[in-house]
Ligand binder design. Structure first.
Ligand code: MOS
Length: 720
């Protein structure tokens, strides 16, 4: 639905919106990571032509910073950054002033002229060796007697894996346009959660939520980074209030490394106990992830260790490490992808040590029910993913011995891993309206960061209403539309899709009822259950001649429209354990003299429930593999620990995969619905397709070279 708009430049992303009378704001960021601002000299900036003002903590701007009960995605411990409320510097790149000018160029130039002086302290930005926060109760987990089981295990393995910090680097930079009309605020914002941004801005400015409208029709990638509402959105609205004009604020590429979150760096210590035949008996996880000093960011890093394998004795300790950095956030496959890298690497090490095939090892540890709570799985077809993958990838031709395959100077290896991600579902609503001309309008406040929600929801609605896709218009990205959950955690189709399905089903039934009860209708007296709708025409099933169109029906009744509200409410009492699964297979080539790793091919096999749109599913799956390849081989946010500055803050120096890095990728989906997850049978796709990619590659690198690299990204240096 939106492809043509996107490739022809007609899709309007946040900063593209043309708002009458808009002026431009540019953030001045801190050049120290810890300390105090001792002075801000804005005289030269203010003297520039076109400059309307320079705002900082010196102006003591009044912000309510009410507690926001609705911000459940935010860390539960600590407080969000309060902009310009004091002179403290908490991380490198923290906003310390904002310059507003009539043109972007004037604002940029003036921002360069603002002189900020500091009282700097030595920052701590290195996870290694840094002290930890006290854990929250949920950061400890135990079942059975893990230490005893470990001590008596026939085989033991103890390893530490390290994952570098990653940044999202979406194509579209974060941006906000803010406009006040009296005490009503309208923002055009890059967001994955229009209602989240609405609630947050209302809380920060101390106004009712109804006074804030958030508009976000297109989002150019986000991967989790636009779930929270970051300080720049507040700054745009603050500047607009102070100057009395609508303000546009766009972060620079460099500011995307400081002003918004990132995937935290991790150290993941794992001890495994196993029988000789490869049955896991014990697992002890010790996980350290970085966070800021002002908030404790935690994510789902503990889940896979509790439920993915039938391990009777488990202990987990998850710790956050406060550093002089800004608060991390969710990034594709959040938490799970980190844990799965450690677990699936360790299983490969164990398979090698035991002389058991890696797929066979996983099959031997498949649980019959969720070992963390004893619940049956709604659906768990990981065995099938592994078997289908083995067949399609040609796994049986593999010689398990490392360094057994060569192609000139290239050592060739294959590896595999499995993956898991939560099937999230949240309450959703949708407005469905059938117009007198026979077309339909569907609305929900969700945003669409790129997975193709415009298209997949239009498909569902068209099917349910008996219309063609051309005659259905789906609108999203506006907080005034029907409530939607965050567009993240792979839950948009489950929630929004199910609400749309519900609304369209109700509306179709209402129209059918209107017809069969109407003496003037050719369908009068027919059983409602025998009426179907195709191409906007209601007719008796098996007898297309007997019927009438929606248009005729509505016209005869003098109705301008029919309207319903669809809802989806997930069952509160979860009787099932619900997850999506992946099996990933990778082939790599490693230059034996230079240590370069090149991807040769990759296959992902997915148990994600029903596929609504195969083309869009492929787009997600291939994108997830590309993201996983980036994390495994290239992506690494490098901090200079002397001053807390990120040294590769930009797409020129932060490496992401390009076309030349990407081989033949293939995705296979097990056909079928999850009957328990939601009415449309989907389990969520966007995250799980990234999970398992990293360990499959690391395992393939080991198979190629005989070298086990436990730190991501795997660089050439590690293989020399
Ligand atoms: Mo996803 S990390 O919830 O955008």
């Amino acid at each position: 639905m939106d492809g043509r708009l996107k490739v022809t430049g007609q899709a309007e992303y946040t900063a593209d919106h043309d708002i009458d009378g808009v002026v431009h704001a540019v953030i001045v960021d801190s050049t120290i990571a810890r300390g105090r601002v001792t002075g801000i000299d804005a005289r030269a900036a203010n003297a520039q032509r076109g400059v309307l003002g320079v705002i900082s903590h010196l102006d003591k701007p009044k912000l309510a910073y009410r507690e926001n009960q609705g911000a459940w995605l935010d860390p539960s411990v600590g407080e969000r950054l309060h902009v310009f409320q004091d002179d403290r510097v908490r991380f490198f790149g923290q906003p310390v002033a904002v310059v507003v000018a009539r043109t972007l160029e004037a604002a940029q130039h003036a921002a360069d002229l603002v002189k900020v002086s500091y009282d700097a302290e030595k920052p701590s930005t290195d996870l290694t060796g840094a002290p930890e926060n006290d854990p929250l109760p949920q950061q400890n987990y135990a079942r059975g007697k893990p230490e005893e089981a470990l001590a008596s295990a026939e085989v033991r393995l103890e390893r530490t894996y390290r994952l570098a910090r990653n940044h999202h680097n979406a194509m579209e930079p974060h941006a906000t346009i803010a406009r006040w009309d009296g005490d009503k605020l309208t923002v055009w914002d890059k967001t994955q959660w229009t209602l989240g941004a609405q609630g947050e801005l209302a809380a920060v400015f101390g106004i009712p939520s109804e006074n804030v409208r958030v508009i976000s029709p297109f989002v150019g990638g986000a991967f989790g980074n636009a779930l929270r509402t970051w300080p720049h959105s507040t700054l745009a609205a603050l500047a607009a209030r102070a100057i009395g004009r609508p303000v546009k604020l766009l972060l620079t590429r460099e500011q995307l490394y400081y002003g918004v979150g990132f995937r935290p760096a991790y150290e993941y210590g794992l001890r495994l106990g196993s029988t000789r035949s490869g049955r896991l008996t014990a697992a002890v996880h010790r996980v350290r992830g970085e966070t800021s000093r002002y908030e404790q960011f935690t994510e789902g890093v503990m889940v896979p260790g509790q439920m993915h394998y039938a391990t009777p004795h488990v202990r987990q300790a998850y710790r956050t490490v406060p550093l002089d950095v800004n608060t991390p956030t969710f990034m594709r496959g959040p938490g799970y992808s980190t844990a799965v890298f450690a677990m699936e690497s360790a299983l490969d090490e164990l398979a090698h040590e035991l002389g058991v095939d890696p797929i066979e090892l996983r099959l031997r540890n498949e649980p019959e029910e969720d070992p963390s709570n004893g619940l049956p799985f709604s659906t768990r077809r990981l065995r099938e993913c592994l078997r289908v993958g083995a067949r399609e990838f040609g796994w049986h031709r593999r010689n398990p011995r490392p360094r057994s395959r060569r192609d000139g100077d290239w050592l060739i290896g294959t590896g595999m891993a499995s993956g898991v991600y939560d099937t999230l579902r949240m309450r959703s609503e949708a407005r469905v309206r059938l117009e007198s001309d026979g077309t339909a309008l569907v609305q929900a406040s969700t945003s669409d960061m790129g997975p193709g929600t415009y298209t997949s929801v239009t498909q569902l609605a068209a099917d349910a209403l008996g219309l063609t896709m051309r005659t259905v218009r789906f609108e999203l990205g506006d907080s005034t539309f029907a409530p939607s959950p965050p567009h993240g955690g792979s839950q948009t189709m489950a929630g929004v899709g199910s609400a749309v399905q519900d609304g369209c089903d109700k509306l179709r039934q209402e129209a059918i009822k209107l017809a069969v009860e109407d003496e003037r209708s050719p369908l009068h007296g027919v059983d409602a259950g025998d009426v179907v709708v195709r191409g906007g025409r209601l007719h008796v099933q098996g007898n297309p001649a007997r019927g009438e169109t929606y248009r005729q029906l509505l016209a005869r009744h003098g109705r301008t429209h029919l309207e319903t509200r669809g809802t989806f409410t997930p069952a509160g009492d979860d009787r099932y354990s619900m997850y999506a699964y992946s099996a990933v297979f990778a082939e790599v080539a490693v230059d034996r003299r230079l240590g370069l790793v090149r991807m040769r091919r990759m296959l992902g096999v997915y148990d994600v429930g029903r596929i609504i749109s195969p083309k869009l599913a492929d787009s997600q799956a291939l994108g997830g593999m590309v993201g996983g390849i980036g994390g495994a081989l290239l992506e690494h946010t490098v901090t200079d620990h002397r001053d807390g500055r990120i040294v590769n803050a930009g797409l020129a120096d932060y490496l992401v995969p390009v076309n030349a890095d990407i081989p033949d990728l293939r995705a296979v989906y097990l056909d079928g619905k999850d009957p328990h997850a939601d009415p449309i049978g989907v389990k969520g796709l966007g995250e799980v397709v990234q999970i398992g990619v990293g360990p499959a590659i690391a395992n393939a690198v080991f198979h190629a070279t005989g070298r086990r690299v436990r730190d991501l990204p795997i660089t050439a240096e590690a293989l020399l």
